[in-house]
Ligand binder design. Structure first.
Ligand code: BGC
Length: 758
């Protein structure tokens, strides 16, 4: 049975408000073509204003009503200067909108989004976005280019760091949380910012993980895997969308009427506006679908692209296109209406200016507490093996008096912030070295610090002093990783996924001293850690933890906090496994039960879907992460063993909460310290009209338990969880067999079954 579960004709009621729309219409009626075009133009302030750009100065353009929005204005004073020109000097006094890349904090920098996803804690994500909104709006920024909700399943793609990883379910949960946090209870609150869901659509699926590359995928996969997080953000009320750089099935997203109009407007009823990505309308020429910027502008606007970020094509061409009827005036008016709706909803007409006298930013204890909490929840304990005759290395024993701290990430404030650092100040970041020295001094111990090597070098100059430090210490902590700004994020795809430069050689050198080693890894993507996994007893994946990196890591290393982060992406054994992700489709020749750790020796082992030189499985699977305690799960219980499709639909409708199907387990902390577990529910659907993934995440809950404490968790399963996309691109529930797995990561085997009957 199919149903439009998102049958919500006004996902953002404020934008649909009739009174607001009357104001918009009245204003549009007074506008000249040039003024209308101006509302659809966004430039980066101060950039490209030279004579060759064809642009006048920002000030002159604003006064002439030729620009509707800026990006990269990030202080109150400058915002007010420009806004005064718009409001006082332009004929219709339409205020500007200032947008900025606020990705994981504005001044208080939180873990990178992939790290935030590892928290599996949407409430925390919402709180971080709220703080970012408050800080950004104090500088006049009422529009943030976030959340980035692109599903990413290929670790080679540098921008995997900017999103919530590989799972549509987790991605959708995080998308909603960001939007709620940014937009608050009403867009018109002075500390609310309009969210911009990006990059629409399917940007994360770039072929071979190479940034900006083309994408070719079925409509089923688009709708089942890639669209849900964008849709969740729209449903949560996101006021704007950014189109993506890529083409999808040979149509550049910037000029794709299927995604921008059919899906976004007709199916999802989106009332806000769409902005292009940077310069992307002009790039339609490089894509080869436009021979000049006039055709580029025409194709974009007709497809449903409302605002031109930085390409200048709307600014220079759109007016003529309308005058010559190559673009119908109604199409121009509609785009302008969408932009003005958001400006009205933000209250910019009533309160265009920002208070310059507001107190300057400081990273107050309150801000630091939230950033530290986020960092602690984001860090994933990948490995904590006991060595022969020794207890586990982590948490570090109070008996440890001398710690060698080695590596290029140990004392770099700027590295702790990762890529897209908003208006953050590296000086606010506390490094692992600073926090560790403080801690050890307080405990009468000390830290021997050696950089060892640079992030990317072949020089081994620093190895010897690092080795000496390790030899004199009880244990060594190695802080290694990728350079956040250049090796992760936009235009930072990698074909090799190992530690850059000679860092692995340094790790090998230090491990060879025989001293116990803890590896703390800073990366914006899964790395290939096979060597480290085999030779290093303890590994923490820290991502880029933000301003409270050091204190959070020290809390975790010493057990003052207990790791609870879980992987939002699969970690490969070899680059050749990429794209590697949990929710693969089945094959006719599954490798189940075949020993994949050695090359095939007979036909049974050979003619299955496998590699001959590496197991299919990830090194660390999706949802995985260790704790200093252990959790046990009772067998999965279901309240029903079968249900008719009709019965399911009439009882639950589209809502999950009313669902008549509930899976439950009891989780118990069986260890000796308190801890937080992320209990995860996975589904497998068999017997439907189309192949369904071997396993997909369809629920999770964080639960904090004292030693010995247990708690029953209930997971309602409604249409949203049980439905899937059929071959006709409809979201349906069909008669099928459902297997429900619940456990602490995606490899859990404990399960129960129910059947959906005709
Ligand atoms: C990126 C976007 C970003 C925009 C504005 C582009 O290069 O792809 O994510 O929001 O620049 O800075």
């Amino acid at each position: 049975m199919s149903q439009n579960i998102f049958d919500n004709s006004a996902p953002n009621a404020q934008l649909a408000d009739p009174a607001l729309n009357r104001k918009v219409d009245a204003l549009v009626a007074r506008m000249t073509i040039e003024e209308k075009v101006g509302q659809l133009v966004q430039f980066s302030a101060g950039e490209a204003t030279g004579p060759s750009s064809g642009r006048q100065s920002d000030d002159a353009m604003i006064a002439a009503g030729q620009v509707g929005a800026f990006l990269n204005v990030a202080n109150a004073k400058e915002a007010n200067v420009l806004q005064h020109i718009a409001v006082e000097k332009s004929r219709l006094h339409i205020p500007l909108m200032f947008g900025f890349d606020v990705i994981h904090g504005y001044k208080t920098i939180f873990p990178v989004p992939l790290g935030m996803a590892a928290t599996f804690d949407p409430n925390l994500v919402e709180a971080s976005a709220r703080m970012a909104a408050t800080e950004a709006s104090a500088d006049g920024i009422r529009w943030v280019f976030s959340p980035m909700v692109d599903i990413a399943r290929d670790a080679r793609w540098g921008r995997i760091v900017e999103g919530s990883g590989e799972s549509p379910y987790l991605g959708a949960a995080m998308a909603r949380a960001y939007v709620r946090g940014y937009q608050g209870t009403s867009l018109s609150n002075p500390d609310s910012v309009a969210a911009c869901v990006k990059h629409f659509a399917a940007y994360g699926a770039a072929i071979a993980g190479r940034d900006y590359n083309a994408i070719d995928m079925s409509d089923l996969t688009l709708r089942q895997v890639y669209l849900p997080p964008y849709h969740a953000a729209i449903e949560a009320g996101a006021a704007t969308v950014m189109s993506s750089f890529n083409s999808l099935n040979s149509v550049p997203a910037t000029a794709d009427a299927y995604t921008l109009t059919q899906i976004l407007r007709k199916e999802w009823h989106f009332d806000g506006f769409v902005v292009s990505d940077w310069g992307a309308i002009g790039e339609l020429m490089a894509h080869g679908v436009a021979l000049d910027s006039a055709v580029a502008a025409q194709k974009a606007v007709l497809a449903g692209l409302d605002m031109d970020m930085e390409s200048g094509a709307y600014h220079s061409r759109l007016g003529n296109l309308v005058q010559s009827n190559a673009v119908p005036p109604a199409a121009l008016d509609e785009a302008v209406r969408r932009v003005l709706r958001v400006k009205f909803a933000l209250g910019l007409f009533d309160h265009p200016y920002v208070n310059e006298a507001a107190a300057a930013y400081t990273a107050t204890p309150e801000k630091r507490a939230l950033a530290r909490n986020a960092a602690e929840e984001s860090i994933v304990l990948l490995q904590n093996r006991a060595q022969e005759g020794q207890p586990r290395l982590l948490p570090i024993s109070p008996r440890v008096k001398t710690i060698a701290l080695i590596g290029p990430m140990a004392d770099s404030q700027s590295e702790m912030l990762g890529s897209w650092t908003g208006n953050g100040n590296p000086a606010d970041a506390i490094t692992l070295r600073t926090a560790l020295e403080q801690r050890m001094q307080g405990a009468g111990g000390h830290v021997l610090y050696a950089e060892g090597t640079k992030i990317l070098t072949s020089s081994t100059e620093g190895f010897e002093s690092a080795k000496q430090a390790a030899q004199q210490a009880d244990i060594t902590i190695l802080a290694l990783g990728e350079d956040g700004p250049t090796m992760t994020g936009e235009a930072a795809s990698r074909a090799h996924l190992d530690l850059p430069g000679n860092q692995e050689q340094l790790l090998d050198t230090i491990a060879a001293t025989g001293k116990p080693v803890v590896l703390v890894l800073f990366s914006g993507r899964p790395l290939v850690l096979d060597w480290a996994a085999a030779h290093v007893p303890a590994i923490l994946e820290a991502w880029y933890p933000g301003i409270e990196a050091g204190p959070a890591l020290v809390d975790l290393l010493f057990g003052d906090a207990n790791p609870s982060g879980k992987l939002p992406v699969s970690f490969p054994r070899a680059v050749g496994q990429e794209p590697l992700y949990l929710s693969q489709l089945p094959t006719g020749r599954p490798a189940d039960g075949v020993d994949l750790t050695h090359p095939p020796t007979n036909g049974e082992e050979k003619y299955v879907s496998r590699y001959i030189d590496v197991p299919n499985s990830p090194l660390y699977p999706f949802g995985y992460g260790l704790s200093y305690t252990q959790f046990s799960y009772s067998p999965v219980k279901l309240n029903v063993s079968s249900m008719a499709v009709d019965q399911l639909m009439s009882a639950s409708g589209i809502g999950t909460q009313n669902s008549p199907i509930v899976a439950s387990v009891t989780v118990r902390n069986t260890g000796t310290v308190a801890g937080t577990e992320v209990a995860q529910l996975y589904l497998r659907i068999r017997g439907a009209s189309v192949e369904e993934p071997v396993r997909m995440l369809e629920g999770f809950q964080r639960v904090t338990l004292q030693p010995g404490e247990s708690k029953q968790l209930r997971f309602p399963l409604g249409f949203q969880e049980l439905s899937f996309i059929n071959a006709k691109s409809q979201r349906v529930v069909e008669p099928a067999e459902y297997t429900v797995f619940i456990g602490g990561d995606s490899t859990t085997t404990d399960s129960a079954k129910f059947t959906v009957m005709p």
